[in-house]
Design a protein around this ligand. Structure first.
Ligand code: GUN
Length: 294
């Protein structure tokens, strides 16, 4: 069994990006600038966004964090997005999800300029992704592809079972794993809450990608010998004995599943850090695409 070490690989990617930024600076060019908008003060979302901003600083990007109160109206958020669309200094921005219930997430995503949509959530970018056109690939699926590639994991002809059909992870992942090329060329089953015989389907998987958010859902007896197991789950489980009052749990019973798997991602330190590294990569790409225009 080999650990797919997202922490290590994400640090390598960040070093590669930092080297490119250093060259940009030497040439006297503008460095990439990422803005992140967060509405409300959900603990997990705040942690993710702060981590994204801190990583920008680490690689030499400029970053702007925009915190809006949980009572922000849809119109106010749309105005903020319009400002960011118009601001020539900003190369890319994200609006952290989920949003408070008074705000229509689809309207917000539609309002983002696709050229600055470094999350790859806008229908234009999502459509391009599905059509194998060059675009921003959503950071979490992009990070998983990068891990598979850097560890030389064979995906061609394999049966990939994706658990969960979220727009952020499961749905794009199912499209990407079935694309021509590598990583890809795999036969994909996308499972969800209405899937019948889900355990039987999972037991046939060469590659399992779990993005369910149910701690320790995937047990050793559910996976095939030598399966590749990717754990996207990261749930805060209350635990008074910990300093923070919780611990982070993946979807996978790591202790037991790791004994059977050929490759496996840990939680934390697997997919999570890769998401941030790939967001930075998308922002660098956005900067390169905007070069000459602004
Ligand atoms: N919420 C959970 N993951 C993500 C992500 O990758 N991007 C945004 N914007 N929100 C998220």
């Amino acid at each position: 069994m080999e650990i797919l070490d997202g922490k290590k690989i994400s640090n390598q990617i960040k070093e590669e990006i930092a080297a490119e930024v250093a060259q940009m600076k030497e040439r006297g060019e503008k460095v990439p600038h990422l803005a992140a908008v967060i509405v409300g003060n959900d603990g997990a979302s705040m942690t993710y966004v702060n981590s994204k901003v801190r990583s920008c600083e680490k690689v030499g990007f400029e970053s702007t964090l925009i915190r809006l109160p949980s009572t922000t109206s849809e119109l106010e958020l749309l105005k903020k997005i319009d400002q960011l669309n118009q601001d020539d200094d900003i190369d890319g921005f994200i609006v952290q999800l989920p949003l408070p219930e008074q705000i229509d997430t689809q309207k917000v995503i539609m309002a983002i300029d696709p050229d600055k949509d470094v999350d790859g959530f806008h229908p234009t970018n999502f459509g391009k992704m599905a059509l194998d056109m060059s675009t921003f690939i959503p950071a979490t699926p992009f990070g998983i592809l990068e891990l598979l590639e850097r560890y030389n994991v064979e995906t061609k002809g394999k049966h990939t079972v994706v658990i969960g059909r979220s727009h952020i992870v499961g749905r794009p992942m199912s499209i990407l794993m079935g694309r021509k090329g590598w990583p890809g060329n795999s036969t994909v089953t996308l499972t969800h809450s209405h899937t019948k015989n889900i355990t039987q389907i999972i037991s046939q998987a060469d590659i399992v990608i779990s993005a369910l958010g149910v701690p320790h859902f995937l047990k050793a007896e559910m996976v095939k010998d030598d399966a590749v197991v990717i754990d996207v789950g990261i749930t805060r489980v209350p635990d008074e004995s910990r300093e923070k009052g919780y611990y982070l749990a993946g979807d996978v019973d790591f202790e037991n599943v790791s004994k059977k798997a050929s490759f496996i991602t840990p939680v934390p330190g697997g997919v999570g850090p890769m998401t941030i590294a790939m967001l930075l990569k998308n922002t660098l790409l956005a900067r390169e695409q905007h070069r000459g225009e602004r």
